[in-house]
Design a protein around this ligand. Structure first.
Ligand SMILES: Cc1ncc(C[n+]2csc(CCOP(=O)(O)OP(=O)(O)O)c2C)c(N)n1
Ligand SMILES: [Mg+2]
Length: 276
């Protein structure tokens, strides 16, 4: 078994049960690499997951403390946990639907409060575990199971949302950017506040089949590669391109939420103890 999987995961849950060609397993490996290179031990991290492919594949795989939350609510659980255990690093893995539609309000307010969690939004550009419906991150015009004429809504980038809300570290990568992703996740973990890392990856079974007309894993990964670069290997410009890299870095620039609450608690206690 892989050295990092042996160190951090439950052996009976390795390898991942993800579909062939899905990048969830690779991304989980990159997260472990970032955790390891940050010097974090198993007992230092609480690993939480939402519902969807990413939740299903990573649920209870972490060898230490971990939790699975109801859809879109992993951030609510994580907020309570961080208040109770500020000494822990909390890493959450959530889908694009989980983060940017079903749980969007939780995402906005956790960013606004600067809750000390690292949110990894693994974006397969739709609601893939439920059959491939479009989500707010499905590229406009692309065919999915629920948009046979192409997605007519304007899509958006959840990074913009959390930057506007007050997140202190925000970055974007894709499934073809291993080194960049590890570097970025390490930076996200070093921020004592709300960190958001958006990672696009292929869903060969649904998005690949409907939007790209192919379930070939290599074809799907090449599509991700081309849209990361904005150009195909033949030099042709793609229909759109993602902007990847660090999008906002105000790490450690304002107090983490659980610290704000602890300081408030100290003030309230001092007032209560003061002579009338
Ligand atoms: C509150 C709520 N709404 C809807 C669902 C149904 N549901 C389960 S997984 C899922 C897809 C979520 O998409 P995403 O977060 O992108 O995860 P993916 O399956 O694509 O990895 C949906 C809609 C649910 N479980 N709970
Ligand atoms: Mg999804």
């Amino acid at each position: 078994m892989n050295k990092l999987a042996k160190k951090y995961l439950r052996p009976e849950l390795v390898p991942t049960k993800a579909c062939q060609g899905c990048a969830i397993g690779s991304i989980e490996h990159w997260l472990l690499q970032a955790i390891d290179e940050s010097g974090l031990k198993l007992e230092d991290v609480i690993f939480g997951a939402g519902i969807g492919c990413v939740g299903r594949q990573t649920f209870a795989t972490w060898g230490g403390d971990n939790f699975g939350a109801t859809h879109g609510r992993a951030l609510a659980v994580a907020t309570g946990l961080k208040v109770a255990r500020p000494d822990k690093q909390i890493m959450l893995v959530v889908g694009d639907g989980d983060a940017s539609s079903i749980g969007a309000s939780h995402l906005v307010h956790a960013a606004r409060r600067n809750v000390g969690v690292t949110v990894i939004c693994e974006d397969n550009m739709g609601y893939e575990s439920t059959g491939g419906q479009f989500s707010p991150t499905t590229p406009e015009g692309y065919v999915t199971n629920s948009s046979p004429y192409g997605m007519v809504e304007q899509s958006f980038d959840p990074c913009d949302l959390v930057i506007a809300a007050g997140a202190t570290f925000v970055a974007e990568t894709t499934a073809v950017q291993w080194r960049q992703t590890v570097k970025i996740v390490k930076m996200a973990l070093a921020n004592d506040g709300f960190s958001f890392v958006h990672i696009r990856f292929p869903c060969v079974q649904n998005f690949g089949a409907s939007a790209l007309g192919s379930r070939d894993p290599l074809y799907n990964m090449e599509w991700i590669h081309d849209h990361t670069k904005g150009r195909t290997d033949d030099g042709e410009e793609t229909d759109f391109a993602w902007t990847t890299g660090i999008k906002h870095d105000a790490s450690n620039s304002r107090p983490e939420y659980s610290k704000v609450l602890r300081d408030l608690n100290t003030r309230v206690r001092a007032d209560m103890d003061a002579p009338a």
